[in-house]
Design a protein around this ligand. Structure first.
Ligand code: SF4
Ligand code: SF4
Length: 413
């Protein structure tokens, strides 16, 4: 992300976090600061789960100096809706990301979220952090396959029982007793696989529209009877990071939040972190002034389109959609769908394919506003770190890496 982009992202998030800060009060943040300090001290005492990549070396190898890193930490602190005084803690938490084991599984999906993680050809800090996390199993990124891969997974869940964060990409097909999707030589169904791995996880993070709400596989007529993780997993903390694909910054934000606080972030009623999904696309859209002025694109390629007018009449669902992509954008902040002239299709909302992904205005679509109304914004939300469902300090006592990161695998390939 360019310096200019980091500054504008920071400005937008800071204005929101300042409001949250005012609501919470000084005592709240003092307690939280102490809590995070203790958490980081405890993590620092532990050896890394994977020590093959050193964070500081990795960022310096990429030509990122300390000043750039602190700028990123400052923008990320604002994104997490924390006061600026937390910036050194966030920077420290980034360095300690390798203390938390992560297991990533893919079910009924296109691997688009994994692809989003890897897309950068010039890794910046978010991408480097995703190299640093202790990714103990990821079938798309790992070099092993077949029985060897299965063994790595079994070793990881045994070694880090009750301590790993399980990332799930893809929906779960329930039709024909789950046999639309099986994995491994024993033909374990996706449903059985998910439930077994979720059972020993500290928390489950559903990544992308399919894992959260069923996504495209669940679109009518939903031939495989696909559902999202929260329909299947019960009794575990679940965090939903929807979007197609989920934004890597939000994935990093969730892990960073856990490293920093030992808790999952405060969630909305759809289990989405409020720090990322407490924003309505429409409220931070660069075309909003045209909406307010009644200046719309009426057909593709007209003068309105050439002048970047509002896309509402072409079917933009930004007024109904909660996500921060109009602020942080995609591909290192280069651009986002509305920025390139296509309307938002509401990919971070449930049933988006059936309800939102067609190009006609909401006014013609017989769709009601989300619960709470479309004007309910982050002003009324705010992070409730101390009251968020705690998932404990799920840190490991010891353990060695079962396999290396993307770059390590590439080295071996
Ligand atoms: S383009 Fe979409 S999100 Fe942007 S102002 Fe228009 S309706 Fe709202
Ligand atoms: S603009 Fe809308 S459809 Fe596009 S990524 Fe963001 S939420 Fe999804």
């Amino acid at each position: 992300m360019s310096d200019k982009r980091i500054e504008s992202v920071k400005k937008l998030f800071t204005s929101q976090s300042a409001k949250v800060e005012t609501n919470r009060g000084e005592a709240y943040y003092e307690t939280l600061f102490d809590q995070c300090r203790q958490r980081l001290d405890a993590l620092r005492e532990l050896p890394p789960v994977s020590n093959r990549i050193d964070f500081k070396n990795a960022i310096f190898d990429e030509g990122i100096d300390r000043r750039d890193f602190l700028k990123w930490a400052s923008a990320t602190t604002a994104m997490l809706m924390l006061p600026a005084s937390f910036t050194p803690l966030v920077a420290e938490a980034a360095e300690l990301m390798n203390r938390i084991p992560v297991v990533w599984i893919e079910l009924q999906d296109c691997a688009g979220n994994s692809e989003a993680l890897l897309r950068s050809d010039g890794p910046k800090i978010d991408e480097i952090i995703l190299d640093i996390i202790s990714l103990e199993f990821h079938e798309t990124l790992m070099a092993a396959s077949g029985h060897q891969a299965e063994k790595q997974l079994e070793d990881a869940i045994e070694t880090f029982k009750g301590k790993y964060i399980l990332f799930v990409e893809g929906s779960i097909p329930r039709g024909i007793d789950g046999y639309y999707g099986t994995i491994g030589a024993k033909a374990e169904t996706f449903e059985e696989h998910l439930l077994r791995l979720a059972n020993d996880a500290a928390a489950v993070v559903a990544v992308g529209s399919c894992a959260t709400f069923g996504g495209v596989p669940a679109a009518a007529p939903n031939p495989t009877d696909a559902v999202g993780v929260m329909e299947m997993v019960h009794g575990k903390p679940i965090i939903n990071i929807p979007a197609c694909p989920a934004n890597p910054s939000n994935m990093v934000g969730v892990i960073l939040h856990y490293v920093l606080t030992g808790q999952i972030p405060e969630l909305d009623s759809l289990l989405r972190p409020k720090f990322a999904f407490g924003y309505r696309i429409h409220d931070n859209c660069e075309r909003r002034a045209h909406f307010d002025a009644g200046e719309f694109v009426e057909e593709w390629g007209d003068e309105g389109a050439k002048n970047n007018f509002c896309l509402y009449k072409m079917g933009c669902k930004g007024p109904m959609t909660f996500n921060n992509c109009s602020i942080i954008r995609y591909n290192e902040g280069v651009n986002w769908p509305v920025g390139v002239g296509r309307g938002c299709i509401g990919c971070s909302e449930p049933d988006f394919w059936d309800k939102y992904a067609y190009e006609r205005p909401m006014a013609n679509a017989n769709i009601k506003a989300p619960t709470g109304g479309v004007e309910k914004t982050v002003d009324e939300f705010g992070l409730g770190l101390l009251t968020a469902a705690g998932i404990g300090i799920g840190i490991h006592a010891a353990g060695s890496a079962i396999f290396g990161k993307k770059s390590h695998v590439e080295e071996e390939a």
